[in-house]
Ligand binder design. Structure first.
Ligand SMILES: [Zn+2]
Length: 244
């Protein structure tokens, strides 16, 4: 029952493996220009690594897999090549969701580890999921933005590591809540020119309902194995729904 992908390495992997040298024709005759060559080479490396890690996240991470399935079921199928873009970003931003193009931006200069990539992809896919299922007014209604940021922080595992570390000092639930609230406020401040007080007020106004909205996971996945469980349940939920 759990035989999902044929895993034959067809299609996208060959363009990824081949990605690079053909794009930079100057490379072959540019031994005399090491600085330019160096810039191209490091760009190539970041971009290539970003695509490789993205592919791994989409194929192996249970959070991402569940979200991809859920979006497909809602009529918003996500395509790796069309809906993701590996780019250099300013500051220490890791990623973003561009609602005008329905594209997820991954900051290739700031994501260096697979676990980080997994979390960013999951976080941004939750925004994409919200964008798909509801008519989110990202720009004019700050409550909509706040709600999606709360859900993304709550469900993506953004607060899991912190949880693990402070489990013995704080009540697990309370600390998780505080982390979600803090990260949601921080995310709003990163994309909107509003005061911290305003961001906090908006987050508080919608916190209760958005924190308790666990779609499409069904519950808060506190670990990868939790997410794996949720993914299995999601697949079964779908199967039984079809029979009822
Ligand atoms: Zn976000």
């Amino acid at each position: 029952m759990a035989s999902e992908q044929p895993e034959s390495g067809r299609g996208s992997s060959e363009e990824e493996d081949d990605f690079g040298y053909g794009l930079f024709p100057e490379r072959s005759r540019s031994e005399k220009k090491p600085p330019k060559n160096f810039v191209y080479k490091s760009l190539f490396t970041f971009n290539h690594k970003c695509h490789v890690m993205l592919k791994i996240a989409l194929e192996n991470n249970p959070y991402a897999k569940l979200l991809l399935d859920a979006m497909k079921n809602s009529g918003c199928t996500v395509f790796k090549d069309r809906h993701f873009s590996c780019e250099d970003c300013d500051g220490c931003v890791s990623g973003g969701f561009d609602s005008s193009t329905s594209q997820i931006v991954l900051c290739q200069n700031n994501i260096h580890y697979q676990s980080h990539m997994d979390r960013v992809v999951t976080h941004e896919l939750i925004h994409a999921f919200d964008h798909c299922r509801a008519h989110v007014d990202w720009f004019n209604n700050m409550k909509h933005l706040a709600c999606s940021e709360i859900r993304a922080a709550n469900l993506s595992g953004d607060c899991t590591l912190l949880n693990e570390m402070s489990r013995f000092n704080f009540g697990l639930k309370q600390h998780h809540q505080a982390c979600v609230r803090y990260r949601a406020v921080r995310s709003i401040l990163a994309v909107r020119k509003v005061s911290k007080e305003m961001a906090e007020k908006t987050v508080d106004e919608v916190f209760e309902s958005c924190f308790n909205d666990h779609e499409p996971f069904g519950r808060v996945p506190h670990s990868k194995s939790d997410a794996k469980h949720a993914y299995k349940n999601f697949q079964n939920r779908d199967r039984y729904d079809g029979n009822l």
